[in-house]
Design a protein around this ligand. Structure first.
Ligand SMILES: NC(=O)c1ccc[n+]([C@@H]2O[C@H](COP(=O)([O-])OP(=O)(O)OC[C@H]3O[C@@H](n4cnc5c(N)ncnc54)[C@H](OP(=O)(O)O)[C@@H]3O)[C@@H](O)[C@H]2O)c1
Length: 283
């Protein structure tokens, strides 16, 4: 089985390359330099040449603050890119999987979002990602959309790695206590994506199970590292973020579970991640 992964230089892309190779797939990874997903001609040439069984798009413009000022790029990469991929996948009878985000929701709910909930993104990033979902589904009705949240992976620029660095260098760190979501280890998301390859197409919410605030997440990291750094809870208002984040973006696992796919609790995933990082650094 042949799999193409776009956005292969990103944290999820890197994880998927390794995971699918281990699973015995023939993997064709494409970084941004090797394939720009906004270039339809190049996408077409690549798919016709490789004739993969699956195409997984992890490429995206993920810098939430930058999306607010570079709006054209956000819509182009997160909206039009997935549309081109979906069209060319359909043309060549390739199963298309596209990664999306909890940011498509407004964050006003107080219980986990299900796939049928009405999306109402509050940021350009969220709006552009929703556009990508809609265009991909319209262009190719056998598309699968996988929405995840609060991702961290080895070598990625993410919350866990930021807190790890700060925990080594700062006496205290201020972390938002009133935004809730679910941290998700890219490895666990990858395992679920592999299983979804053989499930019915559609929209799926895929995160580790359970939920927490950013403050609880940071505290768990600092505690695991045995660091003396003090984590101080602050409100979103006090913290003063440039671009609003969803206050509550926990994604329900019900549909995933009813398809026989279960992800472990976020704390278990986090502990394995931190341990692996530690082992790799030779501690
Ligand atoms: N990170 C999260 O917390 C999170 C949460 C929920 C969902 N997601 C979704 O999960 C997916 C993977 O995210 P991630 O955390 O792995 O992001 P990432 O580390 O930023 O990876 C995205 C990759 O896409 C590349 N890219 C950007 N524009 C491109 C283009 N025009 N053509 C081809 N590649 C392009 C980026 O390259 P450059 O870096 O060189 O621009 C980067 O290597 C994305 O769809 C994201 O929206 C992420």
């Amino acid at each position: 089985m042949k799999i193409v992964i776009t956005g292969a230089g990103g944290q999820l892309g890197k994880e998927l390359i390794q995971l699918f190779k281990e699973e015995g797939y023939v993997v064709f990874p494409y970084t941004k330099q090797q394939l720009d997903i906004t270039n339809r001609t190049k996408i077409k040439e690549m798919i016709e040449k490789i004739q993969p069984d699956y195409l997984i798009n992890t490429a995206a413009f993920t810098q939430v603050d930058l999306c607010e000022t570079d709006i054209d790029q956000a819509y182009l990469i997160n909206g039009i890119g997935p549309y081109y991929l979906a069209c060319e996948a359909k043309e060549n009878k390739v199963k298309f999987f596209h990664i999306s985000t909890d940011y498509v929701f407004d964050g006003e709910k107080i219980e986990p979002y299900i796939e049928e909930n009405y999306p109402d993104p509050q940021t350009i990033y969220g709006k552009s990602k929703l556009l990508g979902e809609e265009l991909a589904l319209t262009a190719n009705d056998s598309t699968t959309i996988i929405r995840s949240s609060w991702l961290y992976g080895h070598e990625g620029k993410n919350f866990v790695n930021t807190i790890k660095k700060l925990a080594g260098n700062s006496q205290e760190i201020r972390v938002v206590h009133d935004q809730y979501g679910c941290p998700t280890y890219t490895k666990d998301l990858g395992i679920a994506i592999n299983k979804l390859l053989t499930r019915p197409h559609g929209i799926y919410h895929v995160t580790n199970s359970g939920s927490c605030s950013w403050f609880e997440f940071a505290t768990e990291i600092v505690t695991f590292l045995n660091s003396q750094t003090v984590v101080i809870p602050v409100s979103t208002e006090e913290y003063g973020l440039k671009t609003p984040r969803p206050m509550y973006s926990v994604l329900s696992q019900k549909k995933l579970n009813s398809n026989g796919i279960f992800l472990r609790n976020w704390k278990e995933g986090l502990h394995e991640y931190l341990k692996k990082e530690d082992d790799e650094n030779g501690h």
